[in-house]
Design a protein around this ligand. Structure first.
Ligand code: 1HN
Length: 359
């Protein structure tokens, strides 16, 4: 018999001529089989090799496009008017870093962004403008530059701008991870906006950052119940400690926003942080297995990622892949730099995969 389907072969057939070239590999591929010995090196690298590349987005370069589309595209057409910051190594997933997404959103006065919900966790870090609010699960949360607003997974959310001038913010989501796990659900709200059902900004007032919590609230959520971590409080925290805190050799004075129920990250998949690099700060170099996205709140400086220098200015975004070495430098002799950042470290740690190395 010269031709037979592979499943009919006996062991003896496997010594045939067609098994010495690529024939057997091709036939096996049709059976859904691969040869581990041909892939071992790619599957088990000595250390992580990220598809993501280190990358920098200049706010000064992006802002004109934001304003262009604010004029050219209605909020109804767009649903969300957002420029996605796509990592050149992660285009298929529209991801910014492994498991993480960043985008810049703009909303104009009088615009209402449709209410919807998704299983992905989200947050917004406000860049510029005033007078907009987002409604999350019935609570209106007002936005000011530097505020961190949370939209944990599956909460209805919509945005409205009742102020003047464009309002812009950084959106952070974990949808690349949620999609990789095939766990994404999405739903439109039946109306454009949801009604407010609790007093505005209640959650921020009700929790005094994990030190005084409302004891009558019985549900201990995995995501922080705080709708807004206002910039005024972040600034107060830095003013009270920045000059006396030792800080870290790598990150300067770095504070993590926390879930008041457990002191952990604000979202189960993303840890959000804010750091101050003192004038002239020159950080030590480090690498770790968490992917990171940084946003410049103020100041100018340089981050060296795997030997490549990225110069950043106010409101820029930068991503550092897993296991890439990074070193922050604040080049100013007089002004502190403030960096907001988020990482997938909670996921990596929960799975026992976190490693770091000082260089
Ligand atoms: C989303 O729901 C928002 O609610 C922004 O403002 C960006 C990117 C991908 C998927 C959902 C928002 C988003 C998003």
């Amino acid at each position: 018999m010269t031709s037979t389907v592979p499943s009919d072969r006996t062991g003896d057939d496997l010594t045939g001529d067609d098994m010495t070239g690529d024939g057997a590999y091709r036939e096996m591929a049709e059976l859904g089989v691969g040869a581990l010995w041909r892939h071992l090196g790619n599957l088990f690298t000595t250390e992580p090799i990220s598809r993501a590349v280190p990358f920098h987005w200049s706010y000064r370069a992006l802002r004109p496009y934001m304003l262009h589309f604010a004029g050219a595209l209605s909020i109804e057409e767009a649903q969300r008017r957002v420029l996605m910051l796509v990592n050149p190594g992660l285009r298929e997933q529209s991801a910014t870093a492994t498991g993480l997404y960043a985008g810049i959103q703009v909303i104009l006065p009088g615009e209402q962004a449709q209410a919807h919900r998704h299983t992905s966790n989200a947050f917004r870090f406000i860049i510029e403008g005033s007078g907009a609010y987002t409604t999350v699960a019935g609570e209106r949360v007002h936005m000011h530059p530097g505020d961190l607003l949370l939209t944990p997974g599956w909460r209805w959310h919509d945005h409205y701008h009742e102020g003047d001038g464009p309002m812009m913010w950084l959106d952070g989501l974990d949808f690349p991870l949620v999609n990789a796990l095939d766990t994404g659900f999405f739903e439109l709200y039946p109306e454009t906006a949801q009604p407010a059902s609790v007093p505005d900004g209640l959650s921020s007032r009700q929790f005094i950052h994990g030190r005084l919590n409302p004891a009558w609230v019985s549900e201990r959520t995995v995501s922080s119940p705080i709708g807004n971590y206002p910039w005024v409080e972040t600034q107060r925290a830095f003013e009270s400690i920045a000059d006396s805190a030792a800080g870290s050799a790598v990150d300067g004075v770095l504070l993590e926003y926390t879930n008041p129920w457990n002191g952990g990250p604000v979202l189960p998949t993303m840890s959000c942080r804010i750091q101050r690099l003192a004038p002239g700060f020159r950080g030590a170099a480090r690498r770790h297995t968490a992917a990171t996205i940084l946003h410049v709140v103020r100041g100018e400086g340089t981050t060296v990622v795997d030997g490549e220098e990225f110069h950043w200015a106010e409101h820029d975004v930068l991503t550092v892949p897993s296991w890439a070495s990074y070193q922050h430098v604040n080049s100013s002799r007089s002004a502190a730099a403030m960096l907001f950042s988020y990482t997938n470290e909670p996921v990596v740690r929960a799975l026992g995969l976190y490693r770091e190395q000082l260089l």
